[in-house]
Design a protein around this ligand. Structure first.
Ligand SMILES: *[C@@H]1O[C@H](CO)[C@@H](O)[C@H](O)[C@H]1NC(C)=O
Ligand SMILES: *[C@@H]1O[C@H](CO)[C@@H](O)[C@H](O)[C@H]1NC(C)=O
Ligand SMILES: *[C@@H]1O[C@H](CO)[C@@H](O)[C@H](O)[C@H]1NC(C)=O
Length: 636
């Protein structure tokens, strides 16, 4: 058929049919549809990327992804399709961009397709945009036959992905022992380091794959430190992988100090781990470690000094077996002893230290010991913030527990909210810096920034609700002032004042929504008093007054509506500012109630009327009036 006989609709339909047939393995249909068509139409159809289920694939790629060997064969043998095409595919919930047909077949475990593609000359090392090779995909999946076939056809097992994570590392992480052995036999280097400083031995230890750990050791894998100063042994201990720890400590290279640290860390980790909580095991290993410290009475290995931590009840670690045995049945002492041990061994800057502290705090909160919960969470948050890690979740967690306390009528001290809010203000500043620095993840950083602004508002509403002394009210206002000074702003241009007066402002639904509601007149009053600009506009030119007049519950919640409108009007809100649809607040009202309030308080000044007339009649004013008036007129 000549191409002139094809309408665009026909070509679109053909693309669709060919893609479906490729996806479903209808090789003969594909041949029938394409064999007598013009060459450039065939090319157009076979180069077309179809979006479906979050994937973006050509017929060849979807066929390879689904293991449709006959389709792949037909496309390659008859239609000269470009074998290096790339697309977007999903594997195990991950989105992979820039994947070739070979990458997909290798990752999905379709040996026949892999062979067919290689026989037709596919580039065995063609990587995805994160530099993942087909061999890496096969190693992830753990298919030794495919790994072997690729290596025998010149796959380069030294190519690492963009995190410098090698094929050997991913096999170790996923626990594919046969693949690991094969790669090591093919001279994969067990001591390569990923960007985080981790080696294959770290990955296998972390996951507790003992046989792989032994195999790496047999091929000369070394006990190296990652960027957080952790060896594979410390990682295994921290993750509660006792088999791996027990194996490592029998190795001749491991010193007595390293052995003791690992046993103590292992025990301490069992005492506060959400998944592996086991206090008996914890005591067993702490006891084992203490016995090792005192094994040689002439050469006792003492514990290094570490300053007591208030959040751990200033716990001083046990020094002797007798001291340890005295707390065997005292759970709370064992919990705090263990948190102290972890922080001493891992160091306060290690990112693994906070998780169990937070877990222990959550258990306290569940049993109503809010004071202990707050102390532990505060400590965890401080550790994170001083290491420049994000504390977004910590902040939200605090607003949740504070809301819960207010809801239950439990006494909540203002100083706690103050302290959390101070951390929040620092965090907002860092979010802005992160957004400038991190081009990769700008969207995520912005999301977090917006979430943090929400959390700040929750904290302020809670702070308003609790009883405060006079000086605490002043301190609260100072916090708000510093918060506003940073000009926090959502993507839609909303300032905190817009958020405070909008019923659509998101409220977290774990305890927070028991206490925090928007629009919130108390919050609006405080924000205005502390300097919020009542005439600030969002991206659509709406001022807070434009927002509140659309409130849909003017009867049930009349007080809120009235209070918010009054504070805005008294705070100097211009009644006649137009949004981008050229509508004033009055023109935005959706209920008679809001309109009545507005008209009652409408004190439109002569100056405003004049400005509006100038704008309405497009009278020239730029450069004709003093510059401070120019801006004033332009608002109208
Ligand atoms: C990546 O791994 C290679 C091989 O082990 C190593 O030479 C290199 O230093 C690593 N690069 C980074 C940034 O870690
Ligand atoms: C448990 O240890 C704590 C110290 O951490 C102590 O205050 C408490 O009295 C002990 N409880 C019992 C029952 O011995
Ligand atoms: C955290 O970041 C600040 C500047 O943004 C820097 O001065 C400080 O050294 C960093 N601290 C750590 C532990 O990375």
């Amino acid at each position: 058929m000549a191409s002139s006989e094809f309408t665009p609709e026909m070509i679109a339909s053909l693309k669709n049919k060919v893609h479906q047939s490729a996806r479903d393995g209808m090789a003969i249909s594909i041949f029938a549809m394409l064999w007598n068509l013009d060459r450039h139409i065939v090319n157009e159809v076979l180069e077309h990327h179809t979006e479906e289920d979050g994937q973006k694939t050509t017929p060849l790629i979807i066929a390879a992804r689904n293991g449709e060997e006959k389709v792949v064969h037909v496309l390659l043998s008859n239609f000269n399709v470009n074998i290096e095409q790339t697309g977007v595919v999903k594997f195990d919930g991950y989105v992979i961009e820039g994947a070739t047909a070979l990458w997909c077949a290798a990752g999905a475990g379709h040996f026949g397709v892999v062979r067919c593609l290689i026989e037709h000359g596919a580039d065995v090392n063609h990587p995805t945009i994160t530099n993942s090779t087909p061999l890496r995909a096969a190693c992830f999946d753990g298919r030794l036959d495919i790994v072997r076939f690729l290596v025998e056809h010149n796959a380069d097992l030294t190519i690492a992905n963009k995190y410098n994570n090698t094929c050997l590392m991913i096999s170790c992480y996923k626990g594919h022992r046969e693949v690991v052995t094969y790669l090591l036999q093919k001279a994969a280097n067990p001591d390569c380091k990923a960007h985080c400083g981790a080696t294959a031995l770290h990955f296998s230890s972390e996951c507790g794959h003992l046989e792989i750990v032994k195999e790496l050791n047999r091929f000369g894998g070394s006990m190296l430190k990652n960027d957080h100063n952790m060896t594979p042994l410390t990682i295994a201990a921290e993750c509660g992988k006792e088999d791996v720890v027990e194996y490592f400590i029998t190795l001749p290279d491991v010193t007595q100090e390293e052995k003791i640290d690992a046993l103590e860390l292992l025990g301490a980790s069992y005492a506060n781990d959400k998944e592996n909580y086991d206090l008996q095991r914890a005591f067993y290993y702490l006891h084992y470690a203490m016995s090792e410290r005192h094994k040689n009475p002439h050469k006792i290995v003492g514990k290094p000094e570490y300053p007591p931590v208030q959040a751990y009840e200033n716990r001083r670690e046990c020094q002797t077996l007798a001291e340890l045995e005295a707390i065997q049945h005292n759970n709370s002492a064992l919990h705090m002893e263990s948190l102290a041990i972890r922080e001493r061994i891992l160091g306060p800057d290690n990112p693994e230290v906070p998780h169990p502290v937070i877990f222990r705090g959550a258990v306290f909160a569940d049993s109503g010991r809010f004071d202990r919960c707050i102390a532990l969470w505060m400590h965890a948050m401080q550790l994170r913030q001083r290491n420049n890690r994000t504390i977004s979740k910590d902040l939200l967690r605090f607003s949740q527990v504070f809301a819960q306390m207010v809801h239950l009528g439990v006494q909540l001290e203002f100083s706690h909210i103050e302290s959390v809010f101070q951390h929040a203000v620092i965090e907002l500043e860092r979010d802005i810096q992160r957004a400038h620095k991190d081009d990769d993840d700008k969207d995520t950083v912005t999301e977090i920034y917006q979430a943090n602004i929400h959390t700040c508002l929750y904290l302020l509403v809670i702070a308003i609700k609790i009883e405060k002394k006079d000086d605490e009210v002043q301190r609260l206002h100072r916090l708000v002032y510093f918060f506003l000074k940073q000009r926090p702003c959502l993507r839609n241009g909303y300032t905190p004042l817009h958020m405070a007066v909008d019923s659509a402002t998101l409220v977290d639904d774990f305890h927070v929504n028991d206490v925090v509601k928007f629009p919130n007149s108390d919050l609006a009053v405080m924000l205005v008093r502390c300097g919020a600009d009542v005439n600030s506009m969002d991206q659509l030119g709406n001022t807070p007054l434009h927002i509140i007049v659309r409130y849909s519950e003017p009867i049930n919640d009349f007080d809120t509506l009235l209070q918010v409108m009054l504070v805005l009007i008294k705070g100097g809100a211009h009644m006649d500012i137009c949004n981008h649809e050229r509508k004033t607040p009055v023109q935005c009202t959706t209920t008679g109630v809001a309109e009545v309030i507005l008209r009652q308080h409408n004190q439109l000044s002569l100056k405003c009327l004049a400005a509006k007339t100038i704008k309405d009649h497009s009278i020239m004013y730029k450069a004709l009036v003093p510059s401070f008036l120019e801006e004033f007129i332009s608002l109208h």
